[in-house]
Design a protein around this ligand. Sequence first.
Ligand SMILES: Cc1ncc(COP(=O)(O)O)c(C=O)c1O
Length: 394
Amino acid sequence: MPPGPNRPVVLKVAKRGAIPPFIVMDVMRAANEREAQGEDVLHLEVGQPGTSAPGPVLDAAKDALSSDLLGYTDALGLWDLRHRIARHYQEFYGVSVEAGRIVVTTGSSGGFVLAFLSAFEAGDRVALASPGYPAYRNILNALGVEVVDLETGPETNFQPTPELLDRAARGSPKPLDGLIIASPSNPTGTMIHAAELKDLVEYCRDKGIRLISDEIYHGITYGEAAETVLAHMDDAVVINSFSKYFSMTGWRLGWMVVPRDLLRSIECLAQNLFISPPTLSQRACLKVFDCRDELDANVAHYGENRALLLERLPKAGFDKLASADGAFYIYADIADLTNDSQDFCARMLAGTGVAATPGVDFDPGRGHRYMRFSFAGQLAVMAEAADRLGRWNR
Ligand SMILES: Cc1ncc(COP(=O)(O)O)c(C=O)c1O
């Protein structure tokens, strides 16, 4: 082959970037393809509110578009927004947080990268619940951090406990460096109640384990409200987002509350990785904390969806369900129906038009016998999905 611009070359592709797909995105693509072919698809796969951002947020965005240059902001975010978020802690939880410790991020997804890079070295060991949100594991793996799975089930409400941590710690001569918790969790919707949260905090404090709390589903609860880990531990890392309760997924904005020892490192990482979080979204988000009535009405609507599915799914054969105390997910044990949740969800989509997510997205070891339904959509969609699943001859 003569030298030239089209001469083939085989170049190295880095192994650390070869992480698993986020399966729900693949399911969503398959569902969208069916929809494009004219099929009537019901979306119970993706965890995103079916509502837009509140009206005052949209107005603020329009104002900013016409009046503002929309240049970069500080890497840690607009000072006004950091202050407003700090005030939210006082209003929402009665906890006082310094605005200087708030970091505005590009969704909570941007926050994970900043938190993990600043807190953990390659080779460190970080524990998390399985089933759990897949990006924790996949980002940690890409960064060379060892993920220590805490296999959870209904007996611990699918949440980590000090006993599970002890067992994991005994499995290796190397100590645990971190623990990631999420309450309410994705995919189970289960919560860590106040006394148990305190026990976990004490455990981490005693053992010198860095605690990271993903609080993205706070505000979306159906009984007891979620408690921030900051009520128990000032130097935990908290990650949150405008995506779920605040109904602003595509605006790509989130925040962290970080301990002082990580702050400068996170600032330098944010400067280099992102320069700044999206300015238009930051301007608009200044208004969202004053829209609680509209946001709580969304939560009431999720509550109706939840009640409908908790009543109707068992009648359709899905009768082993996690407690779904918060978020907008129902995690179903489908071991009686299949040993291959990916095949089951594909057949269910083909047979009923109902899209849902196989458990393997959240639990590589045992997810083949679980699946997740998202009830963030409309009530009529949930009712129709329950009808179709009841009629489905699997
Ligand atoms: C538990 C959890 N954390 C984080 C995210 C990421 O959200 P975002 O990057 O939109 O803030 C999600 C999205 O579904 C989630 O379920």
